[in-house]
Design a protein around this ligand. Sequence first.
Ligand code: HEC
Length: 243
Amino acid sequence: MSQTTQSNLPPTTAVKPPRLGRLPFWLVGIAIVAAVASWLPLVLIARGRVVHSNEPAVMFMQDMYAQPKYREQQATELFKDGRAMRPRVEGTVPHGMLDDDDHYFRGWTATVSNGKTEVSFFDKFPPRVNVTDALLKRGQERFGIYCAACHGLDGYGNGPVNARAKELKQGTWTPPSSLHDATVRGRSVGHIYNTISVGIRNMPAYGGQIPAADRWAIVAYVRALQLSQNAPENLVPQDNKAH
Ligand code: HEC
């Protein structure tokens, strides 16, 4: 009887031990390999930060960062002279820099007649140069920077460079011209402009340092300076005339 009662009860479940069973060996293996592999990028980054390489960097987006090209002073077999850096082809002019306005960029023009070249200096300011107060101020400032060291602030040719050269008494010094000499006063504006651009006799060229617009400003100022020392009588206001 008791047996019948027992068999009617649901079968008792065996109490499981309170721990998971052992993981299968292959799963443990994969987990270890994955854990070790997950450190690999970090190791590679750390290595990348300390190791130097001449190879182009590995990049997902190249964006032309690494490109096959010659660096300065490198050699190439492409050209006969072996130089990768090419000299400028003679006669080429950068875009917009033809400087074909003789009046503005040279101050003189050359005409050929009967096989003879005639050079004539312009005696007027180029049309694009407006002689204004502002231009004279600019010229005065530039004159103080570039010319006064030799020619003096007053233009008489006794700037500090001349004073020092005379002190040294080396005998080889050519003194800077006085800008108030009759010869220099008689020069056309184009001639003075050309003197600044390419130099004259012992005076060096300043064309490489002073842009054309500033050279014209200096010329205008030199004219004003000359006038200040040799003004014709009719330009002197009545009040200022010595009686
Ligand atoms: C390094 C010194 C020096 C500087 C700077 C200098 N000059 Fe001269 N300049 C000379 C000398 C020297 C002469 C005379 C050259 C000779 O006779 O051999 C001269 C001559 C001249 C003449 C007379 C040229 C002629 O027609 O006979 C003018 C004009 C002139 N300079 C203008 C300038 C102007 C403008 C500047 C500034 C942009 C300037 N110079 C900067 C040294 C200088």
